[in-house]
Write a protein that binds this ligand. Structure first.
Ligand code: FAD
Length: 523
């Protein structure tokens, strides 16, 4: 073990996790921290992480990057919501938007909606964003101003807070879709310009000292490389944390069975097709297909459980779903390791990204986990004594986020009205985490609130649970009994205000395509 302040970091892996970590650490600590990133030129990246959480903007803000600086370089677009297609029944869709739930007289609008909703679309009645998604709108006007002035002013949003400190203050109305490979390239330039040493080579061995701490890594062409802190960004391989340090992996497979994916990158003429401002998740016989609209192409893929579907069948289904545009596009088959490392930080090794853990792409949490882990690493950065409490604090923050997201994802399947194949039937009988079973029982009579959802920060506020419960439709819900006695005049006014605001925005905002064509300076 070292006895000096750790000031030399070695990152292994140059995917999204590696480059996000390198750029953030450089920005946080400048030249006081030496950062070396080693990535294999032969082992590819996963490269399909393309949809994000709205908190990702804090990452770019931290790096002092404006949207105009990085979005055109990454073919990025806005994401206002996830659109769930066919999860309740064929032909049905609903949105899980980036929009806080309004309340009237102490009850959420979803509670009022269950009592006396104006239409059968809870998402359009309770959220403005659902109408913007249906109409394909950009959240910004062509002059760059945001749809709701208060977000631009950020009056209530002090700078420098971590994501968990931001939650509950405001809900920023959008996240991004971007081309993961282009973002990694962009961040490579950002990081190396600021002094990150970039080595393209393969790590062949990880050497430990007599206490089980990493003393150095052995590369094929650059010999031994040593540092104080090693960051394992080697993806599902977990070369440092799992393989060399032997940290066990806790599988979530028993509750989240999807373990495979097949992906396509399909160029499309966005001018004629438009750019929907949402990620779409379309339920299929043995899983679901994501569709992520970028500027110039879509990223799409079928996430499935191989116990229910072969890779060939999955690829065939995906190609049929996309249509003739995908005919010449090569498919990328991916095996997914679902779960998390027992600890993500052991001794002087921290795993970030897929090596730390991964649920599945539903709700796009992979990059959110990375961002959260980096913030927590900076917060818990070790000193000369490598105090174990810092490690413990980091490990519990990171595992709580993944365990919480796992519960949220399990709810999607348990709650889905879809029940037409063995895959969907089994989602109703498969074991779910005990605490979630208790929570679902409670939510049936009292909708999710901050007192009754997963109790630790995991990026998902109670309104997200309401959206999924109401949208997926299989779990019977009732309004609070108190609403049977209450006067609903104010709530009905609020439903009307949401409808009017949505209509005004649909009428005045440009389409996503128009907005990004202007940003890319296209005719
Ligand atoms: P990888 O991309 O696998 O990178 C690993 C790196 O380690 C590579 O550079 C490789 O060369 C290097 N490496 C490995 N072994 C060695 C070695 N021995 N020596 C040197 N270098 C080595 N997340 C989202 O937020 N949104 C999404 O929409 C989304 N969709 C996804 C869809 C699928 C099907 C999957 C599987 C994941 C998805 N994710 C998504 C997760 C997201 O892709 C990952 O979180 C993200 O790409 C980070 O990956 P990574 O950098 O940890 O690993």
């Amino acid at each position: 073990m070292n006895t000096k302040n750790p000031d030399k970091v070695v990152i292994v892996g140059g995917g999204t996790a590696g480059w996000m970590t390198a750029s953030y650490l450089k920005k946080a600590f400048g030249d006081r921290l030496s950062v070396t990133l080693v990535e294999s030129g032969k082992i590819g990246t996963v490269g399909v992480g393309e949809a994000t959480f709205s908190d990702i903007r804090h990452f770019f803000e931290f790096l002092d990057l404006k949207e105009e600086d990085w979005m055109p370089a990454c073919n990025a677009t806005y994401k206002l919501a996830v659109r769930f297609q066919d999860w309740q029944r064929p032909g049905h869709h609903f949105y899980h938007p980036f929009e806080q739930m309004r309340s009237v007289d102490g009850f959420s609008m979803t509670d009022w909606w269950l009592q006396d909703g104006p239409t059968d679309r809870f998402d359009r009645d309770c959220f403005v964003m659902a109408s913007l998604c249906d109409a394909g709108r950009s959240p910004r006007y062509l002059n760059g101003s945001l749809l709701r002035q208060e977000f631009d002013e950020r009056a209530e949003e002090p700078a420098g807070l971590t994501m968990s400190e931001h939650q509950g203050r405001t809900q920023f109305p959008y996240a991004y879709h971007f081309e993961a490979a282009l973002l990694a390239k962009f961040l490579t330039g950002y990081s190396t310009d600021r002094g990150v040493q970039h080595i393209i080579d393969e790590v062949q061995e990880v050497k430990l000292d007599e206490h089980g701490w990493i003393s150095h890594i052995v590369t094929k062409g650059h010999g031994d490389i040593s540092g104080d802190l090693y960051i394992d960004c080697t993806g599902f391989r977990g070369v440092l944390l799992n393989q060399a340090l032997g940290v066990p992996f806790i599988s979530y497979q028993g509750t989240l069975p999807n373990d495979s994916a097949v992906a396509l990158q399909v160029p499309l003429d966005m001018k004629t097709r438009g750019i929907p401002p949402y990620t779409q998740a379309t339920a299929q016989e043995a899983g679901w297909i994501w569709t992520i609209p970028l500027f110039g192409r879509i990223g799409t893929g079928y996430v499935y459980a191989k116990d229910y579907c072969s890779p060939e069948e999955a690829e065939r289904t995906l190609r049929e779903f996309v249509g003739p545009e995908a005919a010449d596009v090569e498919a990328n088959h991916i095996r997914m390791r679902i779960g998390r490392s027992e600890q993500s930080w052991k001794n002087n090794c921290v795993a970030i990204g897929l090596s730390s853990g991964f649920v599945e792409p539903l709700e796009s949490t992979g990059i959110f986990f990375i961002h959260h882990a980096i913030e927590q690493l900076v917060k818990h950065f070790p000193g000369a004594d490598w105090h174990p409490q810092l490690r413990a604090g980091y490990n519990s923050a990171v595992s709580n986020v993944m365990d919480g997201v796992r519960e949220f994802l399990v709810l999607h399947y348990k709650g889905a009205g879809r029940n037409d194949t063995q895959y969907w039937k089994d989602t109703k009988t498969r074991a779910i985490p005990d605490a979630l079973a208790d929570r679902i029982e409670r939510w049936q009579v009292q909708l999710p609130d901050s007192e009754n959802v997963f109790p630790y920060y995991h990026g998902l506020p109670p309104y997200s649970y309401m959206a999924i419960l109401l949208g997926t439709g299989a779990i019977e819900l009732r309004p609070s009994p108190a609403l049977g006695l209450a006067d609903s005049t104010a709530a009905q006014k609020e439903f009307a205000a949401i409808r009017d605001k949505a209509q005004f925005l649909v009428d005045t905002l440009p389409s996503q395509y128009e907005y990004f064509a202007a940003m890319q300076k296209l005719p």
